[in-house]
Design a protein around this ligand. Structure first.
Ligand SMILES: *Cc1c(COP(=O)(O)O)cnc(C)c1O
Length: 394
């Protein structure tokens, strides 16, 4: 089944991904189409990015309009889209200050710098350690890799940045045991994504928050995958009532244009990064900010978050039924429209490939979890169709 486009790509693209053997051409709603015109029901959304579905007309029109006006000016000047996008992030998060980046990993870099700078300015040089979680994923740049709890991703690139200790997720005692007088921050995903779809327990998240308050540590919540409505809350931490000192966003923030952000709460907003401490050429340019701004408008207009609560509950119910029905499905985990099915004793790669044959796109998380992160506009009928296709793969 060789395909000339695939051969051409493999000739020229550095082989860092074992890609699925399809060439995608266009998208419409929750469907993708390959170059042969075959239709796929998409439950991956470009890895939790395309929340509004493909080819949302209002969204694409806003991008076209902005392209005709202005795409890039650098951060030496102001632009209207940047002001509007930042205002909307602030309003949705009720945090204080926004810094736009080009990706998730860069948002993590910024968050780590905020934590180090806050501590340096207040306590001096010897308080720089960061506690991160086992099985976490925060990105591929060296700083983000330093706090990513996955040996396979880290090992070939060591030494990474120093002063990082790992604790077990959802285990407060483990976190406490890694905190000492040198600690400046704790970083975790509100729902672990890549690591296998593990939501934080309320007890854990509240415990970590209390620990941060007690010791004046910076709590960094990585909402890059679980944020932007995916759990049925605009940001996953809002369900817990646990406000981060720094939140990182990306993926669905721009619904398909490369943009991320780190967002600062009261404690650090005016007590960390100052002029000259951080920068980016592209970050937050008028083009991507026009996208961000329109994304927030459409979330409101289409009541995306309420919709996720409803359809997410339905998906949860259907996945639970599968766990009941099939012995090799061990557990369902997740919240809203970020769900995982843990598979035992069957190669998940085969299930995913069978899915493609059936016209279903799903992805994996870790080595044994099927991950469901569809566009947030999916309907209950789409869920039914997905389940029917998935059962054929089983
Ligand atoms: C995807 C992801 C990142 C990295 O984002 P990139 O845009 O790929 O750099 C960081 N943290 C989490 C939780 C993610 O899911």
């Amino acid at each position: 089944m060789s395909n000339p486009y695939i051969e051409e790509a493999e000739e020229a693209i550095l082989h860092t991904y074992n890609r699925y053997q399809i060439v995608l051409d266009r998208g419409e709603g929750v469907h993708l189409y390959d170059v042969n015109g075959k239709e796929y029901l998409d439950f991956a959304a470009g890895i939790a990015v395309q929340s509004l579905g493909y080819n949302n007309k209002e969204y694409t029109q806003a991008l076209k309009d902005q392209i005709d006006k202005l795409t890039h000016i650098s951060n030496l000047y102001y632009s209207v889209p940047m002001a509007e996008a930042a205002e909307k992030v602030k309003k949705a998060s009720r945090l204080e200050k926004v810094f736009f980046t080009n990706s998730g990993t860069e948002a993590i870099e910024g968050a780590l710098k905020v934590a180090r700078k806050y501590s340096y300015a207040k306590y001096g040089e010897d308080r720089y350690e960061i506690v991160a979680m086992n099985h976490s994923f925060h990105g591929r740049s060296l700083g983000a890799l330093s706090v990513t709890g996955n040996e396979k991703y880290r090992k070939p690139f060591e030494p990474l940045i120093g002063g990082v200790r790992f604790a077990d997720y959802n285990d407060l005692e483990s976190v406490k045991s890694q905190v000492n007088e040198k600690t400046c921050a704790i970083i975790l995903e509100t729902v672990q994504g890549e690591g296998g779809i593990y939501p934080a327990t309320e007890e854990f998240l509240k415990g970590v928050k209390a620990l941060c308050e007690e010791k004046d540590l910076i709590l960094i919540l990585d909402e890059i995958q679980c944020g932007m409505g995916r759990t049925g809350y605009m940001f996953a931490w809002q369900e817990y009532g646990v406000e981060p000192d720094v939140m990182t966003c990306a993926k669905a923030l721009g619904c398909g244009v490369p943009v991320g952000a780190f967002v600062l709460g009261k404690k650090v907003a005016d007590a960390s990064l100052a002029p000259g401490d951080h920068g980016t050429t592209y970050g937050g340019n008028p083009f991507v900010c026009a996208a961000v701004s329109k994304v927030f408008d459409l979330y409101e207009k289409e009541q995306i978050v309420d919709h996720v609560k409803k359809v997410g509950g339905y998906l949860e119910q259907k996945l639970n039924a599968l766990v009941e029905k099939y012995d090799f499905l061990k557990e369902r985990r997740g919240k809203g429209l970020i769900q995982g099915l843990e598979v035992e004793g069957r190669p998940i790669g085969e299930i995913v490939n069978r899915g493609l044959e059936e016209g279903l796109i799903i992805i994996t998380a870790g080595s044994n979890v099927l991950r469901f992160v569809p566009p947030l506009v999916v309907t209950e009928a789409d869920v039914d169709e997905m389940i029917a296709k998935l059962e054929k793969c089983f």
